[in-house]
Design a protein around this ligand. Structure first.
Ligand SMILES: Cc1cc2nc3c(=O)[nH]c(=O)nc-3n(C[C@H](O)[C@H](O)[C@H](O)COP(=O)(O)O)c2cc1C
Length: 160
């Protein structure tokens, strides 16, 4: 399958999870495109508009038509997806009918992060499947890495 793995990461944890997912899927012979969501202006988290409106992304409006499956990952900010992730999800094209798996990283209180991501995508006609929340207080240990691998594999087995 052609798989798109998009993530936003301010301090590297979500990036680490995204790379783990991409690594597992590449080993399974899928063609994976890893995409980092990059705001043009690199601000402190609290300086971005919370609803993601007005944030300019370095590579705006991506088209998913050529991909079979999409992963999107985000850090949790204030129990919600990080604002650049919201910008990205709103701009994304070719979402209709596409299967998605969602992941987040947080220190322990994910709030409605996955639900909010799913809602934005569902209104664009996405099919939402598996999701994973990784707690990031400690370095990713072996259990966390195993759960990420299992998530990546299961997401494709249970294509929504
Ligand atoms: C502005 C801000 C708000 C945050 N809000 C939450 C939160 O509501 N719940 C939580 O569990 N962690 C929260 N965190 C912690 C991050 O979600 C966590 O450290 C995450 O793994 C960071 O991902 P990154 O390294 O990919 O940027 C917050 C961090 C920042 C910077």
């Amino acid at each position: 399958m052609k798989i798109f793995v998009a993530f936003y990461s301010k301090s590297g944890t979500t990036k680490r999870v995204a790379e783990e997912i991409a690594g597992v899927l590449t080993k399974k012979k899928h063609a994976v495109k890893l995409h980092e969501i990059v705001p043009v202006e690199n601000l402190k988290a609290a300086r971005y508009p919370k609803d993601g409106k007005g944030i300019r992304l370095a590579e705006p409006i991506l088209e998913l038509a050529s991909f079979d499956f999409v992963f999107v990952g985000t850090p949790v900010w204030g129990f919600c997806p990080a604002s650049p992730t919201l910008t990205f999800l709103r701009q994304l094209k070719g979402v209709k009918g596409k299967p998605f798996a969602l992941f987040s990283t947080c220190t322990g209180l994910p709030g409605t992060t996955i639900k909010r991501m799913a809602n934005i995508l569902a209104t664009k006609g996405a099919k939402i499947g598996e999701s994973l929340t990784v707690k990031s207080i400690f370095e990713l240990d072996r259990d966390a890495v195993n759960s990420i691998r299992k998530f990546a594999e299961n997401a494709l087995l249970k294509v929504p």
